[in-house]
Design a protein around this ligand. Structure first.
Ligand SMILES: *Cc1c(COP(=O)(O)O)cnc(C)c1O
Length: 463
C-alpha cells in the first residue's frame, strides 16, 4: 500500500514513512493511494471476535508487508491489553435505537488512547528496526497530550513535547500529561488557543531543517495511523448492533474531524454506514460546512467540551480531497486559501458527496448540560460533556431510522466540574487513575510563538 498527499505534490511513500512523517512535504496529509475493501463475509466474521483480532485485520489492509502480520498482532494485543475493560470498547444499549460505544477504558480515559497505544508500539518497532530516534511535537486540545504521554513515556527511541493551551483544559486532562516523571517527556503550556498550538505544530513540521535535525514527528490526527486505528471500532460497534446485515449510523463528537473521517474510511472499506452525525459544540465550523457548504473559521469559544474547541479541523482536508475526486491541485488551492482567508466555499458536487454520509449538528452549552441530565434521568448513565454533545445530536437527528451508535469519547471523571455543575453528581474516578491528584506536576510556560517553541524543541532534543 502506498500513500499520497492530499496536495498532490509529494512522492508516494509506504506506510512506515507516511506515519513517521506526519505531514507530507507539500503540506498535505497522507491518504492511501486507494481504499482497501473488506467483503460482507469478512465483516460478518468480526462478530464476537476479540478487539485486538479485528484491529489486526483492519490494520493489515493498510500496513501491507511493511510489518509482519504476527508482529502486528502482538502489538495490537499489547496495546489493547492496557485497557481496563475486557471488551476494550464495549457497546451498551441506552435507547431503543441508540447505543453507546465506550471508547474511554484506556490509560488516559479518553478515546485518543485507542489509536495512541497502537501508534506508540508501531513507531517503536519501526524506529528500532531503522536505528533511528524521533522527537514528537504534539498539539493537544486536552486529550491527545495525555494519551500520547501515556503511550510514549519511557520509550527509548522517542522524545515527546506536549503543547496545550494554558488554562483551557481540565485539571484532570492536564495532570495526565504533567505528572509523568519520565525524562523523555516535556509539557508546555502555551499562552493561546488550541488552534495556535496546531499552527505552531504545522510551522515546525514544515521546517525541513528542524525536521531533519531532531527527527520531528507528529501524533496528531494528521498522522494516518491514528485514523486507521480509529476505523476499527466503527467495525466492532457496527457489527455488535447488526452490521453488515443492516445499515448503521453514528453520532460522533467532533473537533479535528479525525474520528469522523475514520468513519468515512470504514464506510469506504465496505462497512454499511448510512449516516455519520458530526456533532460539534458551539465551535461549529464542521457542522456549518455540511449545512451551508461554507467551511469558514470563526473565533474559538471556550466550552465544557474543550477537546472540541477547534475552528480548523485538520482532517477535513482528507474529506475534501475525496469529495473533489482526489484532485490534489484543487485541494492545495483550497487549503492554502483557507490559511489566508479562513474560508472555503465547497463546490456543489463535492458538498453533495459529503452530504451522502455526513450531517452536521451543533450543540450549545445549555443543550450539552441538558443532555447530561436527560441521559442520567432516562438511562442512569453519567456521561462526559463531549459524549453529551454526541448524545444531544442523536436526539435531534430524528430522520435517521437505522440504529445509531453514539461514540462516547471520554470518561465522565475526566470532566468532573462540568458534569457535577450540570447534574449535581460527581463522577467517580476509575481505580486505574485514582492516584493522579497526588502526583507532582512539571511543565513550562511559553508564548504562542513558533520560533520560541522550535528553539525549545531543539534544545530538548539535543539535551
Ligand atoms: C479529541 C476529542 C474529540 C474530538 O475528536 P476529533 O477526532 O478531533 O474530531 C471528542 N471528544 C473527546 C473527549 C476528545 O478527546
Amino acid at each position: 500500500m502506498r500513500y499520497v498527499s492530499t496536495r498532490g505534490q509529494s512522492p508516494a511513500v509506504g506506510f512506515v514513512d507516511a506515519i513517521l512523517a506526519g505531514l507530507a512535504p507539500d503540506g498535505g496529509l497522507y491518504v492511501p493511494e486507494e481504499w482497501p475493501t473488506l467483503t460482507h463475509s469478512q465483516i460478518a466474521a468480526f462478530a464476537g471476535k476479540p478487539y485486538a483480532h479485528v484491529a489486526t485485520e483492519v490494520l493489515a489492509c493498510f500496513v501491507g508487508d511493511e510489518i509482519p502480520r504476527e508482529t502486528l498482532a502482538e502489538m495490537c494485543a499489547e496495546a489493547y491489553g492496557t485497557f481496563t475493560h475486557a471488551a476494550v470498547v464495549p457497546v451498551k444499549q441506552l435507547y431503543p435505537g441508540g447505543f453507546l460505544c465506550e471508547l474511554f477504558h484506556g490509560p488516559s480515559l479518553a478515546f485518543k488512547d485507542v489509536a495512541m497505544q497502537l501508534l506508540a508500539r508501531i513507531s517503536d518497532h519501526v524506529l528500532a528496526a531503522q536505528k533511528r530516534t524521533q522527537t514528537i511535537l504534539c498539539a493537544t486540545s486536552g486529550d491527545t497530550g495525555g494519551a500520547a504521554v501515556e503511550a510514549f513515556r519511557g520509550r527509548a527511541n522517542t522524545r515527546i513535547v506536549a503543547m496545550f493551551p494554558d488554562g483551557r483544559i481540565s485539571e484532570v486532562q492536564r495532570r495526565f500529561m504533567t505528572t509523568a516523571g519520565d525524562d523523555n517527556v516535556r509539557c508546555v503550556a502555551v499562552s493561546g488557543t488550541f488552534d495556535d498550538c496546531q499552527a505552531i505544530l504545522k510551522d515546525a513540521l514544515s521546517d525541513q531543517s528542524l525536521k531533519q535535525s531532531v527527527g520531528l514527528s507528529a501524533v496528531n490526527s494528521i498522522n494516518f495511523a491514528r485514523i486507521v486505528a480509529q476505523a476499527v471500532y466503527y467495525f466492532t460497534s457496527a457489527v455488535a448492533v447488526g452490521a453488515p446485515h443492516r445499515p448503521v449510523a453514528f453520532s460522533v463528537p467532533s473537533g479535528n474531524f479525525g474520528d469522523g473521517f475514520a468513519g468515512f474510511m470504514a464506510k469506504r472499506m465496505g462497512l454499511p454506514i448510512s449516516k455519520i452525525i458530526v456533532a460539534t459544540n458551539s465551535n461549529d465550523i464542521l457542522a456549518r460546512a455540511f449545512q451551508d457548504g461554507r467551511y469558514s473559521r470563526g473565533a474559538v469559544a471556550q466550552t465544557q467540551s474543550p477537546a472540541m474547541d477547534i475552528q480548523s479541523a485538520s482532517n477535513f482536508e482528507r474529506l475534501y480531497f475525496e469529495a473533489v475526486r482526489r484532485d490534489g491541485v484543487e485541494t492545495a488551492r483550497a487549503f492554502k486559501a483557507f490559511n489566508d482567508t479562513g474560508v472555503i466555499d465547497i463546490p456543489p458536487g463535492a458538498l453533495a458527496t459529503m452530504r451522502e454520509t455526513f450531517v452536521g449538528v451543533s450543540i450549545g452549552e445549555r443543550e450539552t448540560s441538558g443532555s447530561i441530565v436527560a441521559t442520567l434521568n432516562e438511562t442512569g448513565e453519567l456521561i462526559d460533556p463531549h459524549t453529551a454533545v454526541g448524545m444531544a445530536a442523536f436526539r435531534k437527528a430524528r430522520e435517521i431510522t437505522d440504529p445509531v451508535v453514539i461514540l462516547s469519547t471520554a470518561h465522565a471523571a475526566k470532566f468532573p466540574e462540568a458534569v457535577s455543575a450540570a447534574c449535581g453528581e460527581t463522577p467517580v474516578m476509575p481505580r486505574s487513575a485514582q492516584n493522579l491528584a497526588g502526583k507532582a506536576e512539571r511543565f513550562d510556560r511559553l508564548p504562542a510563538d513558533a520560533d520560541t517553541i522550535k528553539a525549545y524543541v531543539r534544545a530538548f532534543a539535543e539535551s
